[in-house]
Design a protein around this ligand. Structure first.
Ligand SMILES: *[C@@H]1O[C@H](CO)[C@@H](O)[C@H](O)[C@H]1NC(C)=O
Ligand SMILES: *[C@@H]1O[C@H](CO)[C@@H](O)[C@H](O)[C@H]1NC(C)=O
Length: 356
């Protein structure tokens, strides 16, 4: 009896100590030459990490690792408490766009919990697809580089995403996610409690919440913070975008703060009437309710005169917009702000003058 108890105690101490198990993808046959497909090696490392009852590290040494087709890391049957990808190298997609161009996502995490991705580079080699698209030929839509779906407790830090075919990163229906040091980000329906910090974005479309409101029944987005972020030469800075369609979706409790804009076309924008080519928007009014959005300490330069634009609609006006210390200039001339169906408060230094 005594011995059994001691063993149990020993086991518990072992469990709660910082003991971690490390799986190096190279030991599963991955070669860092950028030519051999290393997908199976990554999946073997994932499967073992997922089955491990101690926290696991998937270690990716320096070098280039080809992931030749779309890969899914599924957490559905995992026993693990935590899995960390420690990446020193680069994961590369094939240079020919067809390999992943018809997939929704190149690297996908599905129903995972407590996953950290730390360091490393993802290179989707999207150049050939972009060349195809600009030549006017018929080309695949393109894959998002990294997609995290229906997951919880996600941390992504110091990850670089290069040459994506579509979006760099998509979070979909995730709870508790923290992104640090990444490129531009898009936050879709159903995401809550997301912290985005120290992102350098540009060129690109900026950081967007949306598009939302495509579906009639749609999960909302709430408690998103975007902090200490710089946009350089992007189309948008911080954007909220909702389709001009009927929907019960919503966006609330959003904070954008300490944001620097360098020559950004639409630094602060809520586009609540999104409907490209006026197609698929039968009643032209967005149902998505947008409320409690804070913009604090947003400064820099706008590439167009309308530096602040809140374009909401009669069907669901924007409420609780708060501007504090916004200083955006346009080529030496005064920038302007434009509001439609937007209400809220403004304080501190405000350039352009608030239209709320
Ligand atoms: C990983 O686990 C899944 C699910 O159990 C299995 O289908 C797959 O074959 C495994 N892959 C490898 C490379 O071991
Ligand atoms: C909001 O999200 C943050 C993480 O970004 C979390 O720490 C905080 O508890 C959340 N707040 C609420 C009210 O859920």
């Amino acid at each position: 009896m005594v011995i059994k108890h001691i063993l149990v105690l020993f086991f518990l101490i072992f469990q709660y100590s910082s003991a971690k198990v490390t799986y190096n993808v190279v030991t599963f046959g991955a070669k860092a030459d950028g030519r051999l497909d290393t997908k199976t090696a990554f999946l073997k490392a994932w499967n073992l990490s997922c089955a491990s009852t101690t926290p696991a590290i998937i270690y990716v040494p320096a070098g280039r690792y080809l992931i030749a087709s779309a890969i899914t890391f599924s957490g559905q049957a995992c026993k693990s408490k935590a899995i960390t990808f420690k990446i020193y190298g680069t994961l590369v997609a094939p240079s020919s766009y067809n390999a992943i161009g018809n997939d929704e996502v190149w690297i996908k995490f599905y129903r995972v919990n407590h996953v950290t991705i730390s360091g490393g580079t993802l290179d989707a080699q999207g150049g050939s697809l972009w060349a195809c698209k600009s030549s006017g030929k018929t080309c695949p839509k393109g894959a998002t580089t990294l997609g995290i779906y229906h997951s919880q407790n996600i941390v992504i830090s110091n990850l670089r995403s290069l040459n994506s075919q579509m979006f760099h990163i998509i979070l979909y229906a995730c709870n508790n996610a923290k992104l640090q040091g990444d490129d531009c980000v898009s936050i879709g329906p159903g995401n809550s409690n997301v912290w985005i910090e120290k992102v350098l974005c540009g060129p690109g479309h900026g950081i967007s919440i949306g598009s939302l409101g495509w579906e009639l029944q749609e999960a909302g987005v709430q408690n998103i913070t975007v902090k200490t972020t710089t946009f350089v030469g992007t189309q948008n800075g911080v954007r909220i975008k909702a389709w001009a369609r009927r929907s019960n979706g919503f966006v609330k409790n959003i904070v954008f703060k300490q944001v620097t804009m360098v020559n950004v076309q639409y630094p602060i924008i809520i586009d609540g009437n999104y409907c490209p080519n006026k197609r698929n928007c039968p009643n032209d009014l967005s149902g998505v309710k947008i409320s409690n959005v804070v913009y604090e300490d947003v400064h820099g330069t706008s590439a167009t005169q309308v530096a602040v634009k809140f374009d909401c609609n009669k069907g669901s006006p924007c409420n609780g917009i708060r501007l504090k210390d916004v200083n955006l200039v346009y080529a030496g001339k005064p920038a302007v702000s434009s509001c439609s169906y937007a209400a809220g408060t403004a304080s501190g230094l405000l350039l352009p003058t608030s239209c709320l």
